[in-house]
Design a binder for this molecule. Structure first.
Ligand SMILES: Nc1ncnc2c1ncn2[C@@H]1O[C@H](COP(=O)(O)OP(=O)(O)OP(=O)(O)O)[C@@H](O)[C@H]1O
Ligand SMILES: O=C(O)C1=C[C@@H](O)[C@@H](O)[C@H](O)C1
Ligand SMILES: [Mg+2]
Length: 176
């Protein structure tokens, strides 16, 4: 699939897949601007995502997430990192499926998520005991949803974030 000039690339995938980390590096490699739905929501509200969850519950966060996704999709030439739960609503999946831009799914296994997010205190859905079980349940529910809206997918496996950004950039800019 040719990478159109000024096209956005939207990164989807579970928590810890590297959407934020890889996304920043990918933007630099491809000469695009990076933006992140979670970070933009934090900027806009002035509070961290976990406080939005505390006060407005997940349902309130999802409404804000849809509004922010809609807004960011209007931009051009961006790498847009989404949150791990962006695919849970029909509305967001429709937005992603209909976008003229390229949706890239960063796949990762629960064992890698656990390692990468071991010290995380920010992600509301990860706090408390039973992280492995929670991540496995989310993977079972959400992985088919990521697949359903993705144009391309890349598994991180043992690749570092640097290696992932390189792999994706190479693929998107290869000679056709
Ligand atoms: N391919 C990778 N290899 C090793 N570590 C990685 C990789 N990708 C991301 N990480 C690390 O995992 C942690 C979480 O990554 P990141 O915040 O980019 O995930 P995310 O996909 O944006 O998650 P979320 O859905 O919660 O926003 C960071 O510490 C990051 O450095
Ligand atoms: O997987 C999820 O549902 C989430 C992932 C994060 O990116 C944040 O959007 C929030 O913590 C919810
Ligand atoms: Mg992120």
């Amino acid at each position: 699939m040719p990478l159109k000039k000024n096209a956005n690339i939207i990164l989807i995938g579970p928590m810890g897949a590297g959407k934020t980390t890889v996304g920043k590096q990918l933007a630099m490699r491809l000469g695009k601007t990076f933006c992140d739905v979670d970070q933009e929501l934090e900027k806009r509200t002035g509070v961290p995502v976990n406080l939005i969850f505390d006060i407005e519950k997940e349902a309130g966060f999802r409404l804000r997430e849809t509004a922010m996704l809609t807004e960011l999709l209007q931009r051009e030439n961006c790498i847009i990192a989404t949150g791990g739960g962006v695919v849970v609503t029909d509305e967001n999946r429709q937005l992603l499926a209909q976008t003229p831009h390229t949706v890239v799914y960063l796949k990762t296994a629960v064992k890698h998520q656990l390692k990468r997010l071991k010290r995380d205190k920010q992600r509301p859905l990860l706090q408390g005991a039973g992280r492995r079980e929670r991540l496995m349940k989310l993977a079972k529910e959400r992985n088919p949803l990521y697949e359903s809206v993705a144009d391309l997918s890349f598994a991180s496996g043992r690749n570092s974030a640097y290696g992932m950004a390189q792999k994706i950039a190479d693929y998107l800019t290869r000679d056709r």
